[in-house]
Design a protein around this ligand. Structure first.
Ligand code: ADE
Length: 245
């Protein structure tokens, strides 16, 4: 799987992919990440990539020609998709990450300034993606987020594929709490159930904790999820306990 990032600040990516599982996957040849300087695709001698908006407004708009040239040069045959990172895009989530992981190539265009010439969006880009309801100074950090999250769905990137399957958002629940040694730290104790050796009991406790956290923080996730009978039962228990306290 290959990512191609088109940006006017290639230096921003110098260190993002140089650690952890993404770096390892690149070394193993499972992933390829290429950073492309948009200015190299400028058509004039000043390497101009932006210009003032027609109709007058604040700021600058990224010109269409360099972006079209860049994408047309970079795009490979095979299953390829071109995405623009912009706060106007559809919301990025785990489902979209998994879908993008099925492509051979994902081209990510980092938006900047007041925006990108609309003809890029209408005639070149397949999808516009936002990573959240806030405005970043540009699409670069968003592109890094997309590469990281999509990579986790590429087979072989995350050590045990189990850990992706059991993720929050893949399971539709937030994670249960995790503890490690020491058993007691500054008087704070690890819940006793985790030492019980009773795997069924531990699994039920974890499921209950995950449901509790999801109900408190992301009730929307529960609404869009079909609950198992055990989950229904635990949820009733949680709601009853809430009323009592
Ligand atoms: N560019 C600026 N803000 C953004 C956001 N929230 N998501 C994606 N790209 C962006």
């Amino acid at each position: 799987m290959r990512f191609d990032i088109i940006t006017i600040f290639p230096g921003l990516f110098d260190s993002v992919f140089t650690a952890g599982v993404v770096k390892k996957a690149v070394e193993k040849g499972i992933l390829e990440i290429r950073i492309h300087d948009l200015r190299k695709y400028a058509t004039d001698k000043h390497q101009q990539v932006d210009d003032r908006p027609y109709g007058g407004a604040e700021g600058m708009v990224l010109k269409p020609e360099p972006i079209f040239r860049a994408v047309e040069d970079i795009r490979q045959t095979g299953k390829s998709i071109t995405c623009l990172l912009t706060p106007q895009g559809e919301m990025f989530n785990s489902r979209l990450a998994e879908e993008l992981a099925s492509y051979d190539q994902v081209v990510l265009i980092c938006g900047r300034y007041e925006g990108v010439d609309e003809r890029v969006i209408e005639h070149l880009v397949d999808r516009e993606i936002s990573i959240g309801d806030y405005v970043l100074t540009g699409g670069e950090l968003a592109a890094a987020v997309v590469v990281d999250a999509v990579s986790r769905f590429v087979p072989g990137v995350v050590g045990k594929e189990e850990s992706v399957r059991h993720d929050s958002f893949t399971t539709g629940l937030l994670d249960f709490p995790q503890y490690t040694r020491p058993r007691e730290f500054r008087g704070y104790r690890v819940p006793a159930v985790l030492f019980s050796g009773d795997h069924k009991k531990i699994a039920r406790w974890r499921l209950k904790k995950a449901l509790e956290k999801t109900l408190a923080r992301r009730p929307d996730l529960l609404e869009s999820r079909k609950l198992t009978p055990e989950e229904e039962e635990l949820l009733e228990e949680i709601k009853k306990e809430r009323k009592e306290s």
